[in-house]
Design a protein around this ligand. Structure first.
Ligand code: NAD
Length: 357
């Protein structure tokens, strides 16, 4: 297997990444290394207790907390939190949580240029990208800026050990989707492909372990390692059909983010495998079943992931409109996106059928 290309552009962000069970207790040291002495801690309401824990690690460096992070980074919440950061004269943001909390930290950083220390508690991977999705008036827009790229990431296996089993699986598949689509990205580099394959391998090996023993620290550590690699791929290359479908289903039909990724991934990969079998061959090598989509579908099934859009609340009558929306606004994909092709893909995903069978 080779990822050599005759021409490519590789870009990496300057990010400091630390791994280890219990590494979150180093947060004060990391703030000091950034020259910061006034930290604002961010969480969701559900994880507000984490703010207490981090305030204790930070001691006098903790000047405030904002525990109102919400799904899809609503602009009004970001503006409230930005006003608090300014009022407190915060000089560093500590985001403790999943993609929603990381999104809030990024939204404040966009408005203030404050540095961010992110302590992820899911596998979504947002901490490793300079991408920010925000919603205002029900409309989601996405931007990429070096201002929103977090400076420091602390990956602590103890924090994902509390992730409920169902969320563990869907969050892992969400992360794996970034790596799988990264393998055929037009702007991929040898490094992004190497990271994508190792990220998929890490989840393949560790997810069954953490399903069997959710508190297994070594297994959880390896899932976070996978999250870092997959998230870094997302930060370096463009996504295609899979992400477009998930955004359409999430944005227009209000389907849940991580579950939708889990259901769509095998189908989108099977669709594109017809056009780029060689680029997706590493996925078949890792997951078997002679086809990358089928291999991922069996992996998801064995892990107990949701397999059918019908189980996520989508009605069969919505499939035509979903296909129209996903096929509109042409975008780059390795295989041409046709309305009929997408309609067929969505039907199989709605039924929970194996892709391409
Ligand atoms: P999330 O952050 O929305 O978390 C979902 C819920 O689970 C929250 O209530 C949270 O508090 C809780 N939770 C998180 N970790 C937990 C843990 N360890 N134990 C118990 N509960 C926990 O979910 P997510 O899937 O991490 O993030 C989804 C969001 O991130 C979406 O809005 C998505 O668009 C965004 N995202 C952005 C990027 C990017 O690069 N910009 C990348 C991936 C995802």
């Amino acid at each position: 297997m080779s990822f050599f290309r005759e021409e490519f552009t590789a870009r990496s962000a300057a990010v400091r990444v630390r791994f280890g069970a219990g590494i979150r207790a180093s947060v004060a040291e990391e703030a000091e290394a950034l020259g910061a002495s006034r930290a604002l801690i961010l969480t969701t309401p559900h994880q507000a207790a984490m703010a207490d824990e981090f305030a204790a690690y930070l001691g006098p460096r903790a000047v405030g907390r904002f525990t109102g992070a919400a799904m899809h980074t609503p602009v009004d919440v970001s503006e409230q939190a930005t006003a608090l950061a300014q009022e407190l004269r915060a000089d560093v943001l500590i985001s403790v949580g999943g993609g929603s909390t990381t999104g809030l930290g990024k939204a404040i950083a966009l408005r203030t240029d404050l540095p961010q220390i992110v302590v992820p508690t899911t596998y979504a991977g947002s901490e490793a990208t300079g991408i920010l999705g925000q919603t205002e008036g029900g409309v989601k827009t996405t931007l990429t800026s070096p201002k929103v790229q977090p400076e420091v990431i602390l990956y602590d296996a103890e924090l994902v050990a509390t992730l409920p089993v169902a969320m563990t699986v869907t969050s892992a598949l969400n992360a794996m989707a970034h790596a799988a689509e990264g393998l055929y990205a037009r702007d991929r580099s040898p490094l992004s492909s190497l990271m994508a394959v190792e990220g998929l391998r890490a989840f393949r090996d560790s997810l069954p372990k953490v399903m069997a023993a959710p508190g297994d620290a070594a297994g959880r550590g390896e899932t976070l390692y996978g999250a870092w690699l997959c998230g870094t791929v997302l930060g370096q290359v463009g996504m295609a059909l899979h992400h477009k479908l998930c955004h359409t289903l999430g944005g227009s039909f209000d389907l849940p983010h991580a579950e939708t990724h889990a259901v769509i991934l095998p189908h989108a990969i099977a669709y594109n495998a017809e056009a780029v079998p060689d680029l997706l061959a590493p996925v078949t090598q890792l997951f078997g079943h002679g086809n990358p989509g089928l291999g991922l579908w069996h992996f998801a099934k064995d892990a107990g992931a949701p397999l059918a859009l019908s189980d996520l609340g989508l009605k069969e009558a919505d499939l035509d409109r979903a296909a129209d929306l996903a096929a509109a606004n042409p975008y780059w994909n390795p295989r041409p996106v046709t309305r009929d092709g997408i309609r067929g893909l969505l039907q199989a995903a709605w039924e929970g059928a194996a892709p391409g069978v």
